[in-house]
Design a binder for this molecule. Structure first.
Ligand SMILES: [Zn+2]
Length: 153
């Protein structure tokens, strides 16, 4: 990126020197060749500028994405939902969002993915596949007895 910028600045220096030298050229053929060369440099400079403008736009989007994630991640806190099973939980009610957990693995990749229940005692991330036990096996067995759940453990 910096190299492109320096190359672009070098093009302007070359064009300036060429334009300054045009006044000293008396031969029309040589002057016309110099004008054509100058036009080629101008086109190259315009192309380099367009590339830089596009790159700036892309970087602005990246910065906006980082700022959005930084604000979003402040709404969550890491919790141990069962022994050695961690997920990020919504701290408080934000804008009417229901309580939910998001994947700690995806959180580290700056992505919010809500964990979904896959059976009575487990939740999973639909993106990375992380599977977490919600409660202790004993609590899960009690839930099964109470609810009559016969699905996967
Ligand atoms: Zn995930």
């Amino acid at each position: 990126m910096a190299g492109e910028l320096i190359a672009g600045l070098g093009l302007f220096k070359t064009m300036f020197d060429m334009a300054r030298g045009l006044k000293d050229i008396n031969d029309a053929t040589i002057r016309n060749a110099a004008v054509i060369e100058l036009q080629e440099h101008i086109l190259a400079a315009q192309s380099a500028q367009a590339t830089l403008v596009e790159r700036v736009g892309s970087l602005e989007q990246t910065v906006a994405s980082f700022e959005k994630w930084d604000a979003e991640k402040q709404k969550y806190e890491l919790r141990e939902i069962s022994p050695n099973s961690f997920a990020y939980a919504l701290k408080d009610a934000h804008g009417g969002e229901p309580a939910h957990l998001i994947c700690a693995n995806c959180y580290e990749k700056r992505t919010k993915v809500i964990l979904q229940r896959v059976d009575l005692g487990h939740i999973a991330c639909p993106v990375c596949g992380t599977r977490l036990q919600l409660r202790s096996p004993e609590a899960t067995r009690q839930d099964r007895a109470i609810t009559g759940w016969r699905g996967a453990p």
